[in-house]
Ligand binder design. Structure first.
Ligand SMILES: Nc1ncnc2c1ncn2[C@@H]1O[C@H](COP(=O)(O)OP(=O)(O)O)[C@@H](O)[C@H]1O
Ligand SMILES: [Mg+2]
Length: 230
């Protein structure tokens, strides 16, 4: 079991280049970063700064050109893709700009899907957890609605419920307010912060909207390939 002073995710000297129309661009130049249990970290940066690339590398959805990614203090370089997928599914919850809910499943079924991926039998405790978390996020009365019948803010609240449902150690949120108006954006941020504190999860938020990043305990800016502590 990992201790609170040990990082749950660490990046060491990460480099990433992409081939653009005018040659290769260094998106991440030499980025090192540690995410600690129960902490909240905001990373801001303009569109195109490399925020999503950073998150994708951290979550092993993309490979760096150089550098190391460590999960629980272990380099994942030698891990099989199956082991990486299992660790990610168990320990990392994702919230994206678009909610990525399954359109054919109702709200409750969308949440239970996480359990169906992780285990063979979904039991009464899992059902209860899904209901509790929907209640907590003010969505219980919408349990049997399809995503298309919800507003953008409501859909994002379901996406937050889904990210937290299996008690992952880390929540990664990539522009979670990007599709929302100001009021709904503020509400979603408030819920993310409250859930992070209540569930003792680490929260890593990337956003081009600096005021939201400033709500986190620690803040960084990604600028010209460099991650600067603020
Ligand atoms: N797979 C890819 N191939 C080529 N260029 C990419 C790829 N992914 C991202 N980029 C480029 O890298 C830069 C950073 O992208 P991204 O990480 O999405 O930035 P942000 O999330 O900060 O807006 C952009 O210029 C983007 O076009
Ligand atoms: Mg992005």
């Amino acid at each position: 079991m990992i201790k609170d002073h040990e990082s749950c995710i660490e990046l060491r000297h990460i480099k990433k280049n992409f081939q653009g129309p005018y040659g290769r661009t260094e998106i991440l130049k030499d980025v090192s970063f540690s995410l600690f249990p129960k902490s909240s970290v905001g990373i801001s940066g303009i569109s195109g700064a490399g925020k999503s690339t950073f998150l994708n590398i951290l979550a092993a959805l993309e490979k760096p050109d150089a550098g190391e990614v460590l999960w629980n203090g272990e380099s994942i370089h030698a891990w099989s893709s199956k082991k990486i997928a299992q660790f990610r599914a168990l320990h990392i919850g994702f919230v994206f700009q678009s909610c990525h809910l399954i359109p054919e499943l109702d709200v409750l079924e969308n949440l239970l899907l996480t359990y169906r991926i992780l285990k063979v039998h979904v039991d009464f405790g899992d059902q209860k957890r899904a209901q509790d978390i929907l209640e907590r996020l003010g969505m219980i009365s919408h349990s049997h609605q399809l995503p298309m019948t919800l507003s953008g803010g409501e859909r994002q609240r379901v996406a937050i419920a889904r990210a937290f449902i299996h008690r992952p150690r880390v929540i990664v949120a990539d522009e979670p307010t990007g599709n929302l108006d100001e009021t709904n954006g503020e509400h979603v941020m408030q819920l993310l912060e409250e859930m992070q504190a209540e569930e003792h999860t680490a929260l890593l938020l990337v956003t081009h909207h600096a005021p939201f990043s400033q709500l986190m305990q620690q803040q960084y800016r990604l600028h010209q390939g460099v991650l600067e502590a603020l």
